[in-house]
Design a protein around this ligand. Structure first.
Ligand SMILES: [Zn+2]
Ligand SMILES: [Zn+2]
Length: 322
């Protein structure tokens, strides 16, 4: 089969990905072989390609927003980021499997969906309906699920004022979930195109630098640590800032009075549980969000990541296999 691999992690301009031919993987006990229809492109794939996240094994195929069918004409499933957990540790037992120290991840610990086939654990795939376009479903599997968890983690009060910093794939889905809950949404992003999309989706404001009013909750999607202090400063008393990304550049020193006092809270978001995934997919299928999909042919995975790195993707990039 054809598969992309991270050959030598480095700046996307150096061409870290390579398209190769490799053996179609063989599923082990409890695993399924999935024929890929589409695979969403996530910023985490870019972090893996560029080496911001240390490779866990050589020549791994990235991609963890896979829509496909179980090989041999089986049911349609989604393969997402969380590949496995131990099921026994204190976190797993508490319903916090996203914090399992032995968790593994699709496209990092095992080959992912930038390929014609991918192997996944049967108890970690999500059932998907057969009648929705694969390129609409794919971004739900990470952008949607992680955004949903970030929205839960930022403790947005009913009818609260929510800020979103950075407006890519995950943010544009989270925005719709928040607005459906009655939030007044303020988007801050340097991309003019993204600001336009935010307003189209119902944001109350979209600005380049700061929100126009104090916020009850905020989510930082941009992987930019220097945004943490101003985002904390823009919170109202008692507000919470959740950092959604798996990787963040250094956070500058915080000033207790300006950034944290008055019970403002800074939190991270770490992956998701399967319960998050099921809850989000149920919501998204019952109240379908508008997914701004930017399709790329399978052979263009490197270009898709370069476009993502340069903020040229307005919405969610998706590789389609035909
Ligand atoms: Zn565990
Ligand atoms: Zn992702």
């Amino acid at each position: 089969m054809r598969a992309w691999v991270v050959e030598r992690p480095g700046p996307i301009a150096s061409g870290p990905l390579r398209l190769i031919e490799r053996e179609t993987p063989v599923p082990g006990p409890g695993e399924v072989l999935v024929q890929v229809e589409a695979c969403g492109v996530c910023r985490t794939d870019l972090h893996l390609a560029e080496g911001d996240l240390e490779p866990r094994r050589p020549r791994t195929t990235p991609g963890h927003q896979v829509v496909g069918r179980i090989a041999g004409g089986g049911r349609r499933v989604g393969v997402a980021w969380l590949r496995s957990t131990c099921g026994r540790c204190r976190y797993c037992r508490r319903g916090m499997e996203n914090l399992c120290p032995d968790s593994t991840y699709t496209g990092w610990d095992a080959d992912g969906g930038y390929a014609e086939y991918v192997v996944a654990r049967e108890d970690y795939v999500y059932p998907l309906p057969g009648d929705r376009p694969a390129e609409w479903l794919a971004p739900l599997l990470c952008a949607g699920i992680i955004g949903y968890r970030a929205l839960a983690r930022c403790d947005l009060p009913p009818d609260g004022r929510l800020g979103i910093y950075g407006f890519g794939a995950s943010a544009h889905l989270t925005a719709q979930a928040a607005i459906a809950r009655g939030a007044a949404l303020h988007v801050v992003t340097r991309s003019e195109q993204a600001r336009r999309l935010a307003l189209e989706l119902g944001a109350a404001s979209a600005n380049e630098h700061r929100p126009p009013e104090p916020l009850d909750a905020a989510i930082l999607f941009a992987p930019v640590g220097t945004l943490v202090p101003p985002a904390l400063e823009a919170l109202d008393r008692g507000g919470t800032l959740a950092v959604a990304g798996i990787h963040l550049t250094d956070v500058p020193p915080l000033d207790y009075e300006r950034h944290l006092f008055q019970e403002r809270t800074l939190r991270s978001v770490t992956a998701n549980t399967r319960a998050d995934g099921r809850a989000y997919l149920e919501l998204a299928l019952a109240h379908p969000p508008r997914v701004s999909t930017v399709p790329y042919a399978f052979e263009e995975a490197d270009r898709a990541l370069a476009d993502l790195a340069a903020d040229r993707v307005n919405g969610a990039a998706v590789l389609t296999l035909t």
